[in-house]
Design a protein around this ligand. Sequence first.
Ligand SMILES: [Zn+2]
Length: 78
Amino acid sequence: MPIYEYSCSACDHAFEYLARTFSDRPEKCPACGAKKLNKRLSTFAPAVAAPKQCGGCANAPVCPSARTGGCGCGCTAS
Ligand SMILES: [Zn+2]
């Protein structure tokens, strides 16, 4: 049985899912319950995770809140 990796579109929670059948897939995110999940290609997972991007402010690449995970945006950079 293959184990697939999924990530949640809503909270970015990543988890593994053991598929019992070929079309079996997780119903929802185990962390927040959202049903929008992205299948991840685990074999191509980068050794170093790319820093989280802040999509909500002009300081995207340097947003301190993006680096600590999640952006509200509580960015304090000017
Ligand atoms: Zn989630």
